[in-house]
Ligand binder design. Structure first.
Ligand SMILES: NC(=O)c1ccc[n+]([C@@H]2O[C@H](COP(=O)([O-])OP(=O)(O)OC[C@H]3O[C@@H](n4cnc5c(N)ncnc54)[C@H](O)[C@@H]3O)[C@@H](O)[C@H]2O)c1
Length: 253
């Protein structure tokens, strides 16, 4: 198994893509620390893993709070006895025009998506460097880290920031044995996007933006995350891997 006895920490592991990363990692032999703002959801993910005879621990964390993140990384390291992989999947987004976007909402999205990727990554990398160990970080960017879409100014800015942070950390940490990569998914059906699919016209529009003519399931993104975290692919760093069904390759005429 690809991640046998590895220690894997997933933020946002209580839902959607993060939850599927936790399950996929467990299936590959990893021991999993599930971090989420919503402790009940994190507990539910961990309970499902334990039900399937895996090893998982749930932790409450606010990824935008340095103290909370420091406690998470310490607690995950001692619960798992080693930390090898960090997946930053906690995230939020607004849907409001840039003219109506409040400063509070701007700050909330930037804090959770961008600072909430920086803080766990820094704490994780500091620990590995201190212990002289190698490791992998995989971030959740988005197609909106590479291009824009209306009514998502803070989200788009935050995900462009995640792309830059991924490259920056990859450059600085490469010679310390820490690889840093990101996935840039198209539309994935999760609780974050569920309401898109309630309107048949909007659901069809989502199919139409992807060359493959459909949206993604969260496990498809989780599979790409495991690919980037896998040491068999150990020469990949600083890569932004689109998992977007062809959304960004061009517009259909
Ligand atoms: N779903 C998509 O279409 C899509 C597309 C591209 C990128 N992404 C990115 O993938 C990541 C996961 O998205 P998802 O669709 O699985 O969303 P989701 O809403 O299903 O899960 C996100 C999780 O993050 C947690 N969270 C929110 N704020 C937090 C905080 N401050 N601290 C800790 N945890 C917090 C939530 O409680 C939730 O469990 C996000 O970064 C999102 O931007 C999603």
């Amino acid at each position: 198994m690809r991640f046998q006895d590895r220690g894997v920490l997933v933020t946002g592991g209580g839902s959607g893509i993060g939850q599927q990363v936790c399950y996929a990692m467990m299936e590959e032999g990893a021991r999993v620390a599930v971090g989420d703002l919503d402790l009940e959801r994190a507990e539910a993910t961990a309970a499902e893993i334990r039900r399937r005879k895996g090893d998982a621990h749930a932790f409450q964390v606010d990824v935008a709070e340095p103290g909370s993140v420091a406690r998470l990384v310490d607690a995950a390291a001692s619960a798992l006895s080693r930390l090898d992989v960090l997946v930053n999947s906690a995230g939020v987004r607004e849907i409001v025009s840039v003219l109506d976007l409040s400063f509070e909402e701007w700050q909330r999205v930037i804090n959770i998506n961008l600072s909430g990727t920086f803080l766990p990554s820094q704490a994780f990398a500091r620990r590995l460097v201190r212990e002289g160990k190698s490791g992998q970080i995989v971030n959740l960017a988005s197609t909106l880290g590479l291009m824009a879409a209306p009514n998502r100014a803070a989200y788009t800015a935050s995900k462009h920031g995640v792309v830059g942070l991924t490259r920056e950390m990859a450059l600085e940490l490469g010679d310390k044995g820490i690889r840093v990569n990101a996935v840039a998914p198209g539309v994935v059906r999760t609780p974050l996007t569920e309401r898109y699919f309630q309107d048949p016209n909007y659901a069809q529009a989502i199919r139409d933006i992807h060359a493959l003519g459909r949206w993604a399931e969260p496990r498809e993104v989780a599979n790409a995350i495991l690919f980037l975290a896998d040491e068999a692919n150990g020469f990949i760093t600083g890569t932004i891997l689109t998992v977007d069904g062809g959304w960004t390759i061009g517009k259909k005429m």
